[in-house]
Design a protein around this ligand. Sequence first.
Ligand code: ADP
Ligand code: MG
Length: 785
Amino acid sequence: MPPPVRLPEKKGDRPAHTKSAAKKLKRKRNAEEFQLLETRVQEFDGKGVTAFSELPLTKQTLAGLHKAHFKTLTDIQRKAIPLALKGRDVLGAAKTGSGKTLAFLVPVLEILYRKKWTTMDGLGALIISPTRELATQIFDVLRKIGREHTFSAGLVIGGKKLKDEQEALHRMNIVVCTPGRMLQHMDQTVGLTLDNVQMLVLDEADRILDMGFRTTLDAIIENLPKERQSLLFSATQTKSVSELARLGLKDPEYIAVHEAAASATPTGLDQFYMITPLPEKLNTLFAFLRNHLQLKIVVFMSSCKQVRFVYETFRQLHIGIPLLHLHGKQKQSARIDITAKFSAAKQSCLFSTDVVARGLDFPAVDWVIQLDAPEDADTYIHRVGRTARFEKTGKALLFLCPSEEKFTDRLTSKKVPINKVGQKNSKKQSIQNQLQGLLFKDPELKYLGQKAFVSYCRSISVQKDREVFKLEDLPLDEYAASIGLLGAPRIKGLKSVDAAKMKEIKNAPRGLRALEGASNDEGEGEARNRKESRTKYDRMVERKNINVLTDHYANLVQDDRAEPDDEGDFLTVKRSGYDPDIPGPAETPSRTFKIPGKEIIIDSKRKEKMLKSKKELVKLKPKGTKLIFDDEGEAHQIYELQDEDKFREAGPAEIQRRKFLDEEGQRVKEADIGDRQLAKEKRKEKRRIQKLRAAEEEAGMEGSDEDEVRVELVPYGDAAYDQLGQDGDVEEESQPKRQKKWFEDDEGMERAKRKAQKARGRVIEAAEAPEDLADLETLASGLIG
Ligand code: ADP
Ligand code: MG
């Protein structure tokens, strides 16, 4: 977090050391100035103003605005600022790029100034933004226009050490934050109080008030004083009474400057849609970019995996325009870096999720392409709003599958003027073969392609608008082929999460979840603050950008604290909480090892060794509980699905329990006898085959080529088995041979083999090829035992 902005105090603002007459005079003048300003504000009717200088503002704000080259007011600023200066609650609605940021920042500075706010008064204004990028942008504007003020302001967005923010928070007067991170501070920052907050600002208010942030925002509001001023701004403002009641707005002034306008989108924006069959989408995008190499373009997709797949493949196809990609799962430093790069770029194409859909003011974007349709018309309006900002022009193109054409009705009903276009035949090209080639050569890309496919299907399946988005109408096999996959990957459990739930999961503060040990906005990467010991595997997988499979590897070693993958991976192998490679924290003399329901203190080498054995661990762990899955794929305890009356008929619970245990015990005993018999037969059969092979080798040896002599290890005897089991090398009877470990080379493997044989008291050294028949005989007879 940047250090709180503290602007140098003017000499004249600082109290003098001696109580001179001059000081008294100055104080009097100051008081008079304050009084005059207050009267000006209350008497100001805002009619006919065009410039900031005509508003009743402090000289500090006016100087900041002047230095940032803001002179004339935009419509929303002209209407909202005077009301907000009078302390009214404001609901501001104005098109994208129309200057809403200043419409709330100017009043924030002014109100706090008029309330003579100082560092001692603590937090006076809370500005909430749905994404880290937008919060950063608001903070930058605040820094520019507030440079002449003496308030301290801070950015609280996560992705950094909580502790650094915690220390600075106590000194802040104005905080620009994301909801999740703010809530995390409210939970964890000792002494942070919001009791004195005078102003609450929600930028992109409808987004913050929707389901995705509901619980988080409610928790924040609960801690704010009832007596406060609220300013809510968005291009798609909510007027829902219940939503506004949640915020406790008092007689809010609704200012909708473009309500009577013919369109909900900027006038300088040309909007088109193209009906493109799903399997043609990437081809069309590729052809489009090839034909627009000199421009600045944002391409929206529905998921992080899509973004990564298209970015990685198009990069390798050397499309000819600098490519960037941005999504909520990147490291904060990468997000900052990419946002800055794209802002500064003249020609570039940014592939992104909706993390940049709202509020971001990238200069001079020429085109906004929506490869995947937005969830609703509001999201569409925000996405296209990344271009044609503040009196500039821009173009937008929306790709719709033939089954999604009805989406245009949603747009027209929201006053979005959009025209249908087609693709010239001469410009068509197919990249399917190239993609197939790339995926064939690179398994990581293939894996990413599969994930992108699944996440696309998932995004369609969770859409609210079922009339427009129908997964069953999409040609999925052809789509899979078009992105270079041989066959469509299986998709599991698609209907288990609805769109609202998905949003809530995504927006929930990660830091808090990590802390609660619970089981992913575009935003908050605070989980990295975990202080627990990190293993070398953790560090290995945390090193992002190693390759596209890093996340996959991360899943393979995911521990119990890790976050769930919102894209719903099929397979996650959980690692046990204990890692023998990691010494316990230096300050704690005895280490502990947690298993569900138990904590074992590792106080001896023997115990440590014991805990390395999975066999031993199984003995310690509690027995599994039987769960039943319903039609939705949700797990339930058996009793949840049982008829209560029937259960009562069957007699008292304790008797039923005992009966069940007896029956199951009997079944286990019987199954055990069968298993032992089977295992015995298997061992017998293996020994028979081994003898047979040895006999064959002995017989065929005379004419054989020396180079072809191979020595097979005999199967383990029972005794050796037990001994090996204690070394933790053998897990199951059906897998007696030790697998080569990933860190071992062949030599290591051989050593292990010899060790295993020694354990059985029988070593047959065959490092060198036998030279004569006598050697071979000795060897074979050794093998037969
Ligand atoms: P919105 O929040 O409505 O989408 P922003 O506040 O991000 O719009 O402003 C869009 C652009 O317009 C920004 O680049 C900003 O610097 C510029 N802008 C805003 N107000 C003014 C003004 N009064 N004069 C000149 N430029 C302005
Ligand atoms: Mg904005």
